[in-house]
Write a protein that binds this ligand. Structure first.
Ligand code: DSN
Length: 435
């Protein structure tokens, strides 16, 4: 297994600083156990990934010690000269990576990037349009108890629900257009947490122009595919783009906001700080700079392409075994498995639990028109980004499908789980975490 869980960069001192293992052995034990868990299991959660040692090192650094409220060249604290350079580097690399003019690298998370964008571009009570949340949206896209549903007025566009339609369970752009013409939202939001198909940003922009709305693309899930050229870019169509940096982008846990519009950029900067946040997390911003630098390398294009190839290999193998995938497959890094086609009694909650016992980590997920509640669900969301980082290719993804099927058809039998766990352990040894 990998031996290093944490890298630190500290100022030189006369006596060597105690290691974390010595300073806090209890915490260290938990961290080692987590490292061992990540190393010895298959990570199929579509929103997770394994970062490089360079990114870990930037996160575990003295940059965390500094307050740098404000922006490069305009801070509210002294001593920010190196932080200015670091943040500017992250901004410049983000702009280069996504081919856009403005970037705010300070949002602590994707949800905060979305909150800042709402604050910048909408007034309380304004209407915005987003996908029906239970069909793949995110809580910050209008959930009633989230800021987005509490202080703004969401209207939701649907998927195609007619099983005979060739675009069954894909975005119903005609219905989205009708909805937007009727409700005249100030902003249309596209980009999702559990949608396996390509998003037609140009089509959304045409709808936005027709009804006088701004177009916001939340590409949290697909940002790495966009950066690597494996999914069309939201630019030049979207007025504003938000994302996380820790999913397919394979960076530190954080958020990012991008735009080509100078006026929008000014509003976003004000909304992030001082509107929503105080001091930026400079160690995380440094790690974002490392991530964007890694993503600008030609190898990342290969990675992004392989993520899609691997997802499609897993999707095809599961389909062969009698599982139904919503919309019939995937164009990106994730798929939603409708478990009922294989076994009417199988729930997402059981599947998640049984698979975890065998060393396969996934999450239960509602499927379109799911009759079961969110804590049970009829679906399982599976993604390929983390396994692709470990070096898996199509043959290994086929093996993964076989293991998933063996566990699920055994109804959680402990003996089967133990056998599969052993086989997975043997394979993970050949595909170490980034080191
Ligand atoms: N929680 C994330 C996901 O798993 O998709 C979305 O923020």
């Amino acid at each position: 297994m990998a031996t290093q869980v944490h890298s630190s960069s500290t100022a030189p001192t006369s006596a060597p600083a105690p290691t974390l293992a010595a300073a806090d052995p209890e915490l260290w034990r938990y961290m080692q156990a987590e490292l061992e868990r990540q190393d010895s299991t298959l990570e199929l959660i579509a929103s997770e990934n394994h970062v490089s040692p360079a990114i870990l090192q930037a996160m575990g650094s003295v940059l965390t010690n500094k307050y740098a409220e404000g922006y490069p060249g305009a801070r509210y604290y002294g001593g920010c000269q190196f932080h200015d350079k670091i943040e500017q580097l992250a901004i410049d690399r983000a702009k280069q990576l996504f081919g856009c003019k403005f970037a705010n690298v300070q949002p602590h998370s994707g949800a905060q990037a979305n909150a800042a964008t709402f604050m910048a571009l909408l007034n309380a009570g304004d209407t915005f349009a987003s996908l029906v949340l239970s069909d793949g949206g995110h809580l910050s896209h209008g959930m009633k108890i989230n800021f987005s549903g509490k202080y703004f007025k969401p209207v939701h566009y649907p998927l195609v629900y007619d099983a005979a339609h060739p675009r069954f369970e894909q975005i119903d752009y005609d219905a989205a257009r009708q909805l937007c013409l009727e409700h005249k939202p100030k902003m249309i939001l596209c980009g999702y947490s559990a949608y396996p198909r390509t998003i037609d940003f140009a089509r959304f922009r045409a709808i936005a122009d027709e009804c006088g709305a701004l177009l916001m693309a939340d590409i949290a899930h697909i940002a790495g595919l966009v950066a690597g050229g494996a999914h069309p870019s939201p630019f030049p169509h979207a007025h504003v783009v938000t994302t996380t940096t820790h999913k397919t982008l394979r960076g530190p846990r954080g958020g990012l906001i991008l735009t080509n519009d100078e006026e929008i950029a000014k509003k976003i900067d004000k909304a992030v700080f001082p509107g929503m946040q105080g001091g930026p997390l400079m160690h995380i911003i440094a790690a974002k700079a490392v991530c964007f630098g890694e993503d600008l390398k030609p190898e990342f294009k290969e990675y992004a392409k392989q993520v899609v190839v691997n997802a499609q290999a897993l999707a095809a193998a599961l389909t062969e075994k009698g599982y139904r995938l919503t919309s019939g497959g995937t164009d990106n890094h994730l798929m939603l498995v409708d478990l009922r086609a294989k076994d009417a009694n199988l729930t997402g909650a059981d599947a998640e639990k049984w698979l975890e016992a065998a060393g396969i980590i996934s999450n239960k997920n509602g499927i379109p028109n799911d009759p079961r509640p969110p804590k049970v669900t009829s679906g399982l969301r599976l993604g390929s980004p983390a396994l692709t980082t470990r070096g898996f290719k199509a043959p290994q993804m086929k093996l993964v499908a076989t293991w998933i099927d063996r566990v699920l058809t055994s109804a959680g039998d402990a003996k089967v789980a133990t056998q599969v766990r052993g086989e997975i352990l043997a394979l993970t040894k050949q595909f170490p975490l980034p080191h």
